[in-house]
Design a protein around this ligand. Sequence first.
Ligand code: GLN
Length: 451
Amino acid sequence: LAELFLLRIEKSDLNAFLHVDRDFTLQQAKAADARLADGTATALTGIPIAHKDIFVTRHWRSTAASKMLENYVSPFDATVVERFNQAGAVTLGKLNCDEFAMGSSNENSHFGAVKNPWDKAAIPGGSSGGSAAAVAARLAPAATGTDTGGSIRQPSALCGITGIKPTYGSVSRFGMIAFASSLDQGGPMAKTAEDCALLLNAMVGFDERDSTSVERPQEDFTRDLNASLKGLKIGVPREYFGEGLASDVEQAVRAALAEYEKLGATLVDISLPKTKLSIPTYYVIAPAEASSNLSRFDGVRYGHRAKEYKDLVDMYRKTRAEGFGDEVKRRILVGAYVLSHGYYDAYYLQAQKLRRLIADDFRNAFTQCDVIMGPVTPTVAWDLGDKADDPVANYLADIYTLSTSLAGLPGMSIPCGFGQGDKNGKRPVGLQLIGNYFAEAKLLNVAHQYQ
Ligand code: GLN
């Protein structure tokens, strides 16, 4: 298996992988073979997987797709990586993404954009664009991703694969290069919900090295996959079908909802009135946390250091000016601004209050339904370069994924057909499933019944 996928990776021109090491991977595969023989195998032993380059690894460089960490090798493995290694999974390499996971198109990578395998003129989505493209092109059967405001769900949707962002606190953030710590959450990206369930079994679990890790009894996420959907109440938020939603996406999503009715579910009209506010709220909170998290990249402790400088302050300044890309600098500036004396109350505190109101929207909605469904993105994948110089256009495309993250709820994307794309190829549409806290098994069940 490892040989097969390595061969495909070598032949691919999608720019999905940043680091591969054939010998190391094959060595891991041999060790997996030995475990299969001696009876210590798990469901994932020998299964190839690739990791978003946000998860640190001892063997491979961990760059977060930034020049700042271009040659950085971590002295330890992220908990997620460690858990997959313990299960006997075989690492195929590290995957391209937006720099420090900031972006929606994968065009913010220091190592160049990733191409969408369905249509190479299109973006794969972001920030986990390498993960989504690798799985969609079958360069890897499974990949890890991280989702701060949509980065697992949105690229999964735009590349036509299945991805789930679990409830905040389920998957350890230890060794996940931090973007916005109160939002960051790792999760699996694969072909089907069933695969995601198996991967989640390995990923979810308490970790004392992550202060926001949740301690709960171990779950088997495959347990409800085959449960019937008769009587399931699906909340359809009005605000997710309004202005800005492209007609081809709406059509595919509505067709999927009709399928669910055939499976015995009923559709309930619900409202998430604060949806619009999720963009300004997120784009205050996430940059605020990022400006704090990224202060550690000072040229002393990690990665890049400017070659010539006059004194310590000059060294910091030049190192950060050279090491960070434009979008990362923009976030640091916005974040430092909204946290600064005199603006903290006006921006950061207000955003925190709105965050609570956005979570209340969902609390209300889940008194009327079991799961919420809608689009993941307002349009199918756009062309590479189209919005590259327009940060606000990128931010607006996050409208349906941000509020789930702000509330800490689990969210999922499953493929539900194709939009129009253009003459070169088809462009996939994703159906979003949002569940109540810790309802991952339910989401996977609902997804599996459709697939
Ligand atoms: N597109 C969002 C952003 O740029 C979300 C990114 C993410 O989830 N990591 O911040």
